[in-house]
Design a protein around this ligand. Structure first.
Ligand code: B12
Ligand code: SF4
Ligand code: SF4
Length: 234
């Protein structure tokens, strides 16, 4: 199995062909809860793979439209696994996914790997991409090259200097607060006629209210896709 330092740079073009990006490395040790590999050995490192802005959407849509079942019940998860599993096999890494239980702490990993912090919405904010980024999987490695440093993104944390915090005052049902995200209130609103014409049509109004990374906002079709996923119970 290769260590991360041998593969990270070579993977950039590989994932870019699908609109995805290697986002940062986490080295496990000490007090960490370490993810296990299939044979029960602890992983030494994880490389996060994710979405930056709307780059992924046309690739995913092209694939989905070419499937007889349009990708099935969880098309984005299925597509992500096709792409990331294939790369994992090529470099003898193992893949894990954010939506697969037991949930791995992708956001905690991302805070370390990229130096990101949580916004009041619960979503991590990126200095350049704002709230328009997410994670599609991680490659787990058995070995770790000690010379390979974690290289967090350094940059200003936008929420710290955002005086008005419009993300906290825009939700029509007050589902977003510093105390957490009221999922039931959000889902009830999404099911209402107002919600169908508002958030369901144009994306979460609270997320849209943030101006950081505006040029990287997801395309409308992608926003609708994610909103539909949010209406599912469970
Ligand atoms: C369960 C879950 C949800 C639940 C939240 C239920 C709840 N109240 O906790 C629901 C379905 C409501 C949800 C909604 C959304 N989610 Co969500 N969710 C997850 C999931 C699958 C598991 C979270 C978890 O338990 N992790 C396990 C713990 C151990 O990991 P952790 O990193 O230590 O935990 C952190 C989070 O739990 C976070 N947190 C706590 N409360 C909340 C609430 C919200 C809304 C979020 C986003 C995070 C969050 O704080 C912890 C410390 O950092 C993660 C993927 C993952 N594996 O983490 C995605 C994830 C957190 N979600 C994500 C996103 C983008 C969303 C949505 C925006 C998606 C959408 N459809 O639009 C919405 C947010 C709605 C909004 N108004 O902004 C992204 C966040 C990316 C980022 N930039 O940070 C993740 C990482 C998935 C991904 N593929 O990238 N989500
Ligand atoms: S509106 Fe301000 S506080 Fe809210 S997520 Fe954006 S930068 Fe952060
Ligand atoms: S989707 Fe709409 S109802 Fe839900 S949190 Fe965002 S603004 Fe509020």
């Amino acid at each position: 199995m290769s260590g991360p330092s041998f593969v990270v740079h070579s993977l950039e073009a590989r994932f870019a062909a699908h609109g995805l990006a290697p986002r940062g490395l986490v080295h496990f040790g000490g007090q960490d809860e370490v993810p296990m590999l299939a044979d029960g050995a602890p992983a030494k490192a994880a490389l996060l793979i994710g979405v930056m802005g709307g780059a992924m959407w046309p690739h995913f849509e092209r694939w989905r439209m070419a499937q007889a079942d349009h990708g099935g019940a969880d098309p984005l998860d299925r597509w992500s696994k096709l792409v990331i599993d294939q790369v994992a096999g090529e470099i003898e890494a193992e893949a894990c996914y954010p939506s697969d239980p037991p949930y791995q702490p992708f956001q905690r990993w991302a805070m370390r790997a990229e130096g990101l912090k949580a916004s009041p919405l619960g979503i991590l904010i990126h200095p350049q991409f704002g709230l328009w980024h997410s994670y599609r999987g991680a490659l787990l490695f058995r070995n770790w090259d000690e010379a390979q440093e974690e290289r967090p993104v350094t940059g200003p944390q936008p929420c710290e200097t955002c005086r008005d915090k419009p993300c906290l005052s825009t939700c029509p049902v007050g589902a977003i607060s510093l105390d957490g995200f009221d999922v039931a209130a959000c889902r009830a609103h999404l099911a209402s006629p107002e919600g169908q014409g508002g958030c369901m049509a144009s994306g979460c109004l609270a997320r849209n209210a943030c101006a950081v990374g505006d040029g990287h906002r997801y395309p409308d079709a992608q926003l609708k896709f994610h909103m539909q996923a949010l209406t599912l119970t469970g």
